[in-house]
Ligand binder design. Sequence first.
Ligand code: ATP
Length: 214
Amino acid sequence: MERPAPVAVFGGTFDPIHFGHLRVAWEVSEQLDCEVRLMPSAQPPHRSAPGGSAADRAAMIEMALAGQGRLRLDRRELERTGPSYSVDTLLELREELGPDRPLIFVLGADAFRALPAWHRWQELTGLAHLVAMTRPRQRLDKLEPDLHNAMAGRWTGLVERLRGEPAGRVMVIRVTPLAISSSLIRASLAEGRLPRYLLPQPVLDHIQARGLYR
Ligand code: ATP
């Protein structure tokens, strides 16, 4: 019997969402041939509070996703109180999806490298596959020893491996390099410049109408 299609989740602060996030999520969705859920965190454990409220960040994601069917917004971390630990989110998703459905946790190269700082990070591969997307100026080799050891024997280059097992594999997906970041966009707004063409125009309109990141 064929396994049901994987579910991929892509977490982040999305403060604000930009074409870097959107393009790589789209490419991952095409390469894995599955839905990708963009999942904004309420209270990211490793960084200062977002400049945009949960409601604004979710609204901007919804605007950015209009008109397509591969990417969608998942609000579960916004609806939970306390810090948004990925391990809790994956436990919740695993509970919903059952033990057999492939679950894929998608991260940019910088987030992947930083995994050993995350709460109960060693449990993540028991719950999901990890997909690390390439990102300009972020390497995916020379990982710190704990991460290197935890990933040993899990690497695969085959999408079929991810589709054929519920969790436990690690894969690198090469995506179009776009050196766009939310911090670059926030800095540009704070300096009174306009970050046009780095993010969808309706998102920029929303930022301006609400006076965000000034
Ligand atoms: P900030 O500049 O505020 O740190 P960011 O642009 O890195 O924000 P996040 O919301 O922190 O965005 O990122 C969510 C996820 O998206 C992370 O896993 C990050 O690595 C990935 N990501 C963000 N921008 C890109 C990009 N241009 N290319 C590839 N991955 C990206």
